[in-house]
Write a protein that binds this ligand. Structure first.
Ligand SMILES: [Cu+2]
Length: 265
C-alpha cells in the first residue's frame, strides 16, 4: 500500500522547469547530495472528484481486517493442535499419524478461495474507481518515464517539461487545483512507477503501454513525487514535484509556453 507518508522527505526549493532537449549529467547525479533546505509539504485530504486517500484507506482497512482474521485463525489452530497433542500424551497415546483430514482441508480451501475472491473483487472495484474519467477532464498530462527521470507533456499546448533529475533540477508537473486531471502514464524503456506519496497515488509506467487515471487535487500546493519501481542505477534520483496552482494561473502558465514566471515563483 502506498501509505508511506513518512517516507516523504522534506526537500528544498522547487526544481527548475526544463524544456525538451535537456541533457542528462551522470557526473552530477553521482554527486547528488541529500535534501537541501527544509520545508514541510502541505497535506491534501484527497481530491474533489476522486479521493485517493479515501479509496486506498478503505481498501487498506479491509486488508488489515482480513490479515487480523487470518492471524487469529492460525493462532487458534496452533493452540487447538497443542491441546489435542497434550491430551493424547496424558492418555499415553502416541502422536497422531493421520495425514489427511478431507473435511478440514475442504473448509480451509474454501476459506482461502473466499479471501482470494474478496481481494480480487476489491482490486477490480478500487481500480475501477481510480480510473473513473472526469466529464469532461479539465486538464490532461502525458507522463513519460525514462531512465532516469520524467517528461510531462500537455496535449493541446506546446508545453513539454523534460527533467534531468540531477541535483536541484527536479522536473515540476503543474496541474490545476480543484479540477479533474487525467494522467496518461507510459515509459520509454523499463518499468517505472509514478508515485506521489502524500496523495497516496501511484501508477505503474510500462513501455509500449499507457495507463490512464483521473484525480483531483483539492487545493494549491506542492508535493514530492518519486519513482516507486526499481529501474536501475539512478532509480533513487527520479524525483519530481507535483505542483497544483489555481486554474487561472494554470491557464496562464500554459499560454506562456510553460514559463516558470507565469507560476508566480
Ligand atoms: Cu524508475
Amino acid at each position: 500500500m502506498p501509505v508511506a507518508t513518512a517516507l516523504v522527505s522534506l526537500r528544498g526549493s522547487v526544481g527548475s522547469l526544463q524544456k525538451a532537449g535537456s541533457t542528462t549529467d551522470r557526473g552530477q547525479r553521482a554527486q547528488r547530495p541529500g535534501s537541501a533546505g527544509c520545508r514541510a509539504h502541505p497535506r491534501v485530504p484527497g481530491g474533489v472528484g476522486v479521493d485517493p486517500r479515501r479509496i486506498f484507506g478503505s481498501a487498506f482497512g479491509v486488508e488489515v481486517a482480513i490479515a487480523a482474521a487470518v492471524f487469529v485463525l492460525v493462532c487458534a489452530a496452533v493452540v487447538v493442535a497443542l491441546l489435542f497433542s497434550r491430551r493424547r500424551r496424558r492418555r499415553g497415546l502416541p502422536p497422531s499419524s493421520r495425514e489427511e483430514r478431507p473435511r478440514v482441508e475442504l473448509v480451509y480451501g474454501l476459506l482461502v478461495a473466499a479471501v482470494a475472491g474478496v481481494v480480487v473483487f476489491l482490486s477490480f472495484r478500487t481500480t475501477g474507481e481510480m480510473q473513473a474519467r472526469a466529464d469532461p477532464p479539465a486538464a490532461r498530462v502525458n507522463v513519460t518515464a525514462f531512465q532516469w527521470c520524467w517528461a510531462f507533456r500537455y496535449p493541446g499546448s506546446d508545453v513539454r517539461v523534460t527533467g534531468t533529475c540531477s541535483p536541484g533540477e527536479e522536473p515540476v508537473m503543474v496541474v490545476p487545483a480543484g479540477r479533474a486531471i487525467t494522467v496518461h502514464v507510459t515509459s520509454t524503456d523499463v518499468e517505472h512507477s509514478w508515485w506521489v506519496p502524500d496523495l497516496r497515488y501511484k501508477m505503474d509506467a510500462f513501455p509500449d503501454h499507457t495507463n490512464a487515471f483521473t484525480f483531483t487535487v483539492d487545493r494549491p500546493g506542492e508535493w514530492e513525487g518519486l519513482c516507486a519501481e526499481f529501474c536501475g542505477d539512478y532509480h533513487y534520483s527520479m524525483h519530481f514535484r507535483l505542483r497544483a496552482v489555481s486554474p487561472e494561473r494554470y491557464r496562464a502558465w500554459l499560454a506562456s509556453g510553460g514559463s516558470a514566471g507565469a507560476l508566480g515563483s
